[in-house]
Design a protein around this ligand. Sequence first.
Ligand code: PDD
Length: 286
Amino acid sequence: MSTVFLNGNYMPIEEAKISPLDRGFLFGDGIYELIPSYFGKMVGFQGHINRINDGLNAIGIELNWSDAQWQELCDTLSKKNGAGPLGIYLHVSRGTDTKRFHAFPKNITPTVFAMAFEIPVPKTPDLATVGKGYALISSEDLRWKRCQIKSTSLLGNVLHFQEAYAAGSQETLLYNSNNELTEASSSNIFIVKEGVIATPIEDNQILPGITRRLVIDILAKDGSLSLEERVITLDEVNAADEIWITSSSKEIVPVTQLDSKVVGDGNVGLVWLKAATLYSKNKFSY
Ligand code: PDD
């Protein structure tokens, strides 16, 4: 039975109760984070906390927790849930209103909920054991125009993820109406062509993924691979030698099939191996 945090108290998940008038429930009016934690050590903690603060500011939720408060919550949740490999989920909604009304209520206290659930321990990157890589489908990105906000209103993402799931694929790669790559329904995307790695720029069309940022920083520090942040066309995606997806729970996953075609030669690529190895060695330094 997992222990969760709700509005200042730790309790068994079965005891956590939220009003149906909570704006998170009624409107998806909130911000969330998912921080990977392995045996008590978090990956990218500061980046995740900066992003939750950015999201709260962007939608006008005043919570004003210090970094130390978040750290204490994450550490306590990890300990209370066995301190193994955990995804620490943080969720702040605007709070519980007295009626259903779209405008922000005055003097409302945000609802703070957090839980921890088991995630797989990432394997040491290895071509012999990595398996086949993911199969993705592609689809026009039909979400909203503020994808940089990690909003709990995830219906657009859910519908895109479901498209992949229903097709027996692992993710949906998304492109905008100009046929430019954005991201995937719950991950960021990188492509590789002739040894050069590229990923879409951080703008309103993508979530500024913490894993994406760590990959960019770790590769820049190492200096042996070249990486560009730029606009990427769907044609480039289709002609890529390698495609990877990144997220906190998945780290860097190679993609070997896109729609009905194989990616590159159909095998997991050597640039992935190098990048994933560097990531795996350096991720705890951030
Ligand atoms: N998803 N893009 C989207 C739309 C995402 O939902 C996520 C993360 C990412 C990757 O971000 P990060 O590297 O910070 O995890 C990109 C999380 C894990 C989720 O919704 O469960």
